[in-house]
Design a protein around this ligand. Structure first.
Ligand SMILES: C[C@@H](N)C(=O)N[C@H](C)C(=O)O
Ligand SMILES: [Zn+2]
Length: 229
C-alpha cells in the first residue's frame, strides 16, 4: 500500500463528464485503446466536472503566457479493468524485452519485474478505499505541444520506466538542452499547480485534483473523489 492510500475518501458524487477535446490536443488513436484496452463503452477522455474546469483554467493560463502552446492530453479516466490490462501489458513487455517468456522466470524474477511495473503504475485495486488514481476521474496524464503542433521534448516519454520519469531528473544538469527539459517540466507543473492540481512525485506527466494522491501531496485530511463505476 502506498502512503497516499491511507487518506480517507468522502465521495462528493460529482459526475464524470467528457473533456471538451476541441480545446486540447489529443493522441489519436488513444495510446491504450491502440494496445487493445477495452473501455466497455466508457471513454478515456472523461474527468470529474471540477477537474475539467481546472484543466481548462490551466490551458487558459498557458495560452495567455505562451501563445500557440497547447496541452496534449495523453490519458485521463481509466476503468479498473483497463488499469489491470495496462499493468499486465507492461509486465509482458518487460519480460519480452529481456528475450524471455514468463514460464522461464523464477518467482523472485517475476516479483522483481512486478516491483518495476508498480513503480509507475498503480495497483488495479477493486477495494473502494484504495482506487487507482485514474479510476476516480481525478487524474490526467499530459504534456505540451508547441505552435507547430510538435510535442515539446521533456527529456523522456510518458509511461517510461526509468529514472528520467522523476520530475526533477534534469534539475541539476549543467547541459543547456537538459536544463531546457527541466524548464519545460516546470512550466507544465506551474500551469497545473496554479489551477489547483498536484503532481505525482515520481512522474512528470501525471497530475490530479481531489483524489487521495492530491490530498496526500497537498496535506488535505480527506479526498473527495473515489472510484467511479
Ligand atoms: C503510468 C502512468 N500512466 C500512470 O498513470 N501512473 C499512475 C501512478 C497510475 O497508474 O495511476
Ligand atoms: Zn497518470
Amino acid at each position: 500500500m502506498k502512503p497516499y492510500q491511507q487518506i480517507p475518501i468522502s465521495e462528493c458524487g460529482e459526475p464524470l463528464v467528457s473533456i471538451p477535446l476541441e480545446k486540447f490536443a489529443v493522441m489519436s488513436p488513444h495510446p491504450y485503446e491502440k494496445l487493445g484496452a477495452n473501455y466497455q463503452g466508457k471513454s478515456p477522455y472523461y474527468l470529474r466536472k471540477r477537474v475539467v474546469n481546472a484543466l481548462l483554467q490551466a490551458q487558459t493560463f498557458l495560452q495567455q503566457n505562451y501563445p500557440g502552446t497547447n496541452i496534449l492530453i495523453f490519458d485521463a479516466y481509466r476503468p479498473v479493468a483497463v488499469q489491470q490490462f495496462m499493468v499486465d501489458y507492461t509486465f509482458a513487455s518487460v519480460v519480452k524485452q529481456q528475450g524471455l517468456t514468463p514460464e522461464q522466470l523464477s518467482e523472485a524474477e517475476k516479483q522483481a519485474i512486478w516491483q518495476q511495473v508498480y513503480q509507475i503504475w498503480a495497483v488495479p485495486s477493486e477495494n473502494p478505499a484504495t482506487p487507482p488514481p485514474h479510476s476516480t476521474g481525478a487524474a490526467v496524464d499530459i504534456t505540451l505541444i508547441d505552435e507547430t503542433g510538435a510535442i515539446i521534448d521533456m527529456g523522456g516519454q510518458i509511461d517510461e520506466m526509468s529514472e528520467r520519469s522523476q520530475p526533477n531528473y534534469y534539475a541539476q544538469s549543467i547541459d543547456v538542452i537538459k536544463q531546457n527539459y527541466h524548464q519545460k517540466r516546470e512550466l507544465l507543473k506551474q500551469i497545473m499547480i496554479n489551477a489547483g492540481f498536484s503532481r505525482h512525485p515520481g512522474e512528470w506527466w501525471h497530475f490530479s485534483l481531489g483524489d487521495q494522491m492530491w490530498a496526500w501531496e497537498t496535506k488535505q485530511a480527506i479526498a473527495y473523489y473515489g472510484r467511479k463505476f
